[in-house]
Design a protein around this ligand. Structure first.
Ligand code: CAA
Length: 690
């Protein structure tokens, strides 16, 4: 065996030269890996005894893509194109041996190999779109030549990781080899192609799929139309589509030029910068400085959920999906039956519902009417009414009932968890697990650390979140925690703006155009204006009171802030406009023309400022954690990073100046945080905080 460099070996087995990469954690195409491949290929070509070459990786995966950490830096070592040319132009057949994931640049390297074999558990994909990019190493031109335009469109605009079996069916992989025996299987395959004297198959020369798609522009038009909503605001999906169009309509080298140009635009743009930042932000959020990864993880074999409402049911489904049995507790049989029936309905309604799977999951759910049923649970999550007295009562009882070592969690969306923990004799076991509605769908989990929460309980909760497919962010106890506390700022300004001259649809339009899935008033209409509204207590003091009293309770009643037609299409409401104007007149507010820019700055800048206060108070570990919360729990557009990233992008000096201006005009709710002042004075960004 010859060591090519620190991450690459070359060896020969019979007539096959084997290049082995070993660059943990994911064999990303760093300078070392690229050099290793280039020199490994040179060694294989020079090796007279080698009649074929296998490229294989050690560790958990085949090459998982370009090394994202190198983006933006000066290029070192061999270029990826040099490597690909060496492989594709090789006079000896080259076989990629794939396990784990062949993603992005990894799959693009494999696509320059003449053949590809994989174990059944392997997956292949071009996920660049999720980083705001397109495959920039020929992938956009080669993939459609194997799988055709339609499948390439689907794969490249979703970034899906396609299982090996489907890859085999599409021709992306030539042969599957036995699980756990990749090396042997790849060697046998290489020997076979040598023995059969098979040709050097170059994907770039294939034309049957692309020529069949040529002259059918409707493939692209239909795809754009069907996905317009999903792609709204994002540049990368459209750029990927244009590259596939080029693959279909242009010769290979011309198509490559289009790919090059569009890749260059994306990689230097702000969207990809935000999306790459988000990739690392999400992974960073899993790291808690004072809770090392080797902290004990408590076994969670059974979970209790108190409350069978929408929230409780959604929470239960997460664990049932992960194979963990759940006991749901309600006070009345009727409520329990309803709760269980709702869970079943959710499964049956889901697009991927398979009856047998629904039954298997439902079999993990049992119901009970007494908290005593939670005695043997390892984790209990309370998801009842947001009232401190009720929560305290439940936790007092749980303390007496639950076994030692059990985690006692609350799903409160903002109450003081230290106060809840104080009624127990085991505050170290108490933690907040704040799920977002619908809890079986939304990715975010705010994990709330109270004063006495133990490190084991935190680590167990973080690991469990990953197991149930959530993105967890650890936050501290503060009213509304991180997400809702920041939301409060936007809500306050939105509510004020409609008295000053902007209409609800103006505010919604600006935030929708910014990239949110919907604005705050459309959101209220969707959720129902009467959530938490009590008819008997309503005094017509707010717009909401008036609307609810008029039975304009949102989409469900056909009217709210908007008027709705029978298909629930919203229209600005002249009735609401009049109510708002009357209200403003009664309050003596001077209304004025409000620009879209002011709406945006009034809604967004106080959120950035609140994020800075949260950091100052140590309620979030890092600025990027706040962004992870807002992207995954509140629909902040991924291509704008998050409130803190966006603040950096605008420039903290500009945000500060605007906040001061607003403060002078409208008072201290706009008072800039000390951290914002400090960073702006030093010319720094939130990203510079370490
Ligand atoms: N570059 C640099 N680091 C990477 C990386 C990459 N492409 N992919 C993963 N990593 C790092 C992660 O940051 C993480 O580091 P830490 O342990 O320090 O946090 C570590 O590898 C493990 O990653 P995960 O925690 O995500 O591990 P996983 O097992 O859950 O997932 C994975 C593995 C599926 C490969 C996932 O990491 C992933 O999706 N990676 C990105 C793949 C990708 O987008 N590739 C395309 C890159 S762009 C490109 O290739 C452009 C081009 O056309 C030339």
């Amino acid at each position: 065996m010859t060591a090519i460099n620190a991450v690459t070996d070359y060896t020969r087995e019979g007539e096959v030269g084997v290049i082995t990469l070993n660059s943990p954690p994911v064999n990303a195409l760093s300078a070392g890996v690229r050099d290793g491949l280039a020199e490994g290929m040179a060694a294989a070509i020079a090796d007279a005894g080698a009649k074929a070459v296998v490229i294989i990786c050690e560790g958990r995966t085949f090459i998982a893509g370009a090394d994202i950490t190198e983006f933006g830096g000066a290029q070192k070592g061999a270029s990826l194109f040099d490597v690909q040319e060496a492989i594709e132009g090789s006079t000896k057949p080259v076989v990629a041996a794939i396990h784990g994931t062949a993603l992005g640049g990894g799959l693009e390297v494999a696509l320059t190999c003449h053949y590809r074999v994989a174990v059944p558990s392997a997956r292949c994909g071009l996920p660049e779109v999720n980083l705001g990019l397109l495959p920039g190493a020929g992938g956009t031109q080669r993939l459609p030549r194997i799988v055709g335009a339609q499948r390439a469109l689907e794969m490249m605009t979703s970034g899906e990781h396609v299982p090996a079996k489907a890859c085999l069916e599409m021709g992306l992989v030539d042969e599957l080899v036995e699980e756990g025996k990749l090396r042997e299987g790849a060697l046998a395959f290489a020997n076979k192609i040598v023995a059969e004297n098979r040709p050097l198959k170059k994907v770039r020369d294939l034309d049957d799929k692309t020529s069949a798609d040529r002259g059918h522009p409707e493939i692209f038009a239909n795809f754009r139309k069907a996905n317009a909503r999903k792609f709204r605001g994002f540049l990368a999906p459209e750029y990927n589509i244009q590259c596939i169009e080029a693959a279909v309509n242009l010769p290979f080298d011309e198509g490559l030029k289009v790919e090059r140009k569009l890749f260059g635009e994306l990689i230097t743009g702000s969207q990809s910068a935000a999306q790459r930042y988000s990739f690392f932000a999400e992974r960073q959020a899993a790291k808690i400085p004072d809770v090392p990864d080797d902290t004990a993880v408590l076994p969670i074999a059974k979970v209790g959920v108190i409350g069978g409402g929408t929230m409780g049911g959604g929470i239960a489904m997460n664990f049932m999906n992960a194979g963990i049995p759940v006991v749901m507790v309600e006070v009345k049989q009727e409520a329990l039956d309803r709760g269980i029936a709702t869970v079943r309905k959710n499964y049956e309604r889901s697009r991927t519902a398979v009856p047998a799977e629904t039954e298997a999951r439902m079999a993990r759910l049992t119901g009970a009417l007494d908290l005593e049923a939670l005695a043997d649970c390892d984790l209990v999550i309370e998801a009842v009414f947001e009232r401190m007295d009720i929560k305290k009562d439940i936790f007092t009882r749980l303390d007496a009932i639950c076994k030692p070592g059990a985690i006692l969690a609350t799903n409160t969306s903002g109450l003081n968890i230290d106060e809840i923990a104080s009624v127990t004799k085991r505050p170290e076991a108490v933690i907040g697990l704040h799920f977002f509605s619908p809890a079986n769908v939304m990715k975010l989990l705010e994990i709330v650390r109270a004063d006495h929460t133990s490190k084991e309980v935190i680590n167990t909760s973080m690991k469990l979140a990953k197991k149930i497919g959530k993105i967890a962010v650890l936050v501290g106890v503060t009213p509304g925690f991180v997400g809702n506390r920041i939301l409060g700022q936007r809500q306050r300004e939105a509510n004020k703006l409609i008295f000053e001259g902007a209409m609800p649809w103006d505010v919604d339009r600006v935030l929708y155009d910014f990239g949110f899935p919907m604005g705050p008033f459309a959101m209220s209409d969707l959720a129902g204006l009467d959530i938490g509204w009590v008819k008997e207590k309503s005094k017509g003091e707010t717009i909401r009171d008036v609307l609810c009293e008029m039975d304009r309770r949102g989409q469900k009643t056909g009217a709210g802030y908007y008027d709705y037609d029978e298909n629930r299409n919203a229209k600005p409401s002249p009735v609401v406009e009049k109510i708002i104007k009357d209200f403003a007149a009664k309050q003596g507010t001077n209304t004025r023309e409000i620009s879209d820019q002011e709406i945006l700055e009034r809604c967004i800048y106080p959120m950035i400022n609140e994020g800075a206060k949260i950091l100052e108070e140590g309620k979030a570990i890092r600025a990027s954690d706040i962004d992870v919360v807002w992207q995954n729990g509140y629909g902040w557009p991924v291509y704008r990073g998050g409130p803190m990233w966006y603040g950096d992008l605008v420039g903290l000096d500009k945000v500060l100046a605007k906040m001061k201006e607003f403060q002078a005009q409208m008072g201290d709710v706009f008072k800039p945080s000390a951290l914002l002042e400090k960073l702006a004075a030093e010319g720094k960004r939130f990203q510079d905080l370490k």
